[in-house]
Design a protein around this ligand. Sequence first.
Ligand code: 5GP
Ligand code: ZN
Length: 113
Amino acid sequence: MTQTDDCIFCKIINHEIPSTKMYETENVYAFADLNPQAKVHALVVPKTHVKDVTELADKDPQLLAEMIRVAHTIAQETYNGQFRAVFNTGEDAGQTVFHCHMHVMTGEKLEGE
Ligand code: 5GP
Ligand code: ZN
């Protein structure tokens, strides 16, 4: 799991691009999505570069579990602990940034499924 020079989320993790930090652990960084789809919309990312959640699940399932715990903490800090988590995985699913990220939406009662 190496950093890649041209990855926008690696640059955010390294503070080369500014972001609004929402939470951080040794292995995980969470920041506000630039284009929020809910009252609270965080992106939770592993600090090491992996392209998507399937790669992360294979390489480091404990880190994936840590991301879920971070999502829960953000939801507890900003709402009632409930949240929606989305991993767009692959271009056809709408993934545009190929550094694994979990969309975490919370802060209000969400419409839809
Ligand atoms: P995807 O479509 O790959 O699942 O999600 C990428 C997300 O990253 C989008 O929701 C988009 O708004 C967000 N995003 C893209 N570039 C930046 C950025 O430079 N800063 C922040 N905070 N969010 C970004
Ligand atoms: Zn990256």
